[in-house]
Design a protein around this ligand. Sequence first.
Ligand code: ZN
Length: 148
Amino acid sequence: MAQDISVKKLEEKYSKPVVTKSEKEWKEILSPTQFAVTREKGTEAPFTGKYYDFYEKGKYYCICCGAYLFDSSSKFRSGCGWPSFNDVNSLKSINIIKDPSHGMIRTEITCSQCDAHLGHVFDDGPPPTGLRYCINSVSITFVADKEE
Ligand SMILES: [Zn+2]
């Protein structure tokens, strides 16, 4: 994977979602919190999510469309209260959007397949990337790796 990339060097990119549903259809398959975070760009309260302090081996998928987003090997203890990863499965699986809505430019991450809001990416992660993908637990679902 890429080494020493900073958020500044992450280029904005956006793919038109291939999985699209109406608001009503999303509400039928998502819980109210999942809907508020993924479809309305909300943020779950820190230290409340299912995965902020969870370190089993496996893969994390988009709660909305099932796209493979993160592997547990890139998950680390950030202490920030949200699940944190220093890498994504593939840059192809995410959109990168510079978000100036909070007075400072934050870099938003969404699922490239369905445009679900996942969280933001920051520059204070551990090597090799130095990035911290700060992700809402409700935006993702975990599937454990099978025992070999
Ligand atoms: Zn998705």
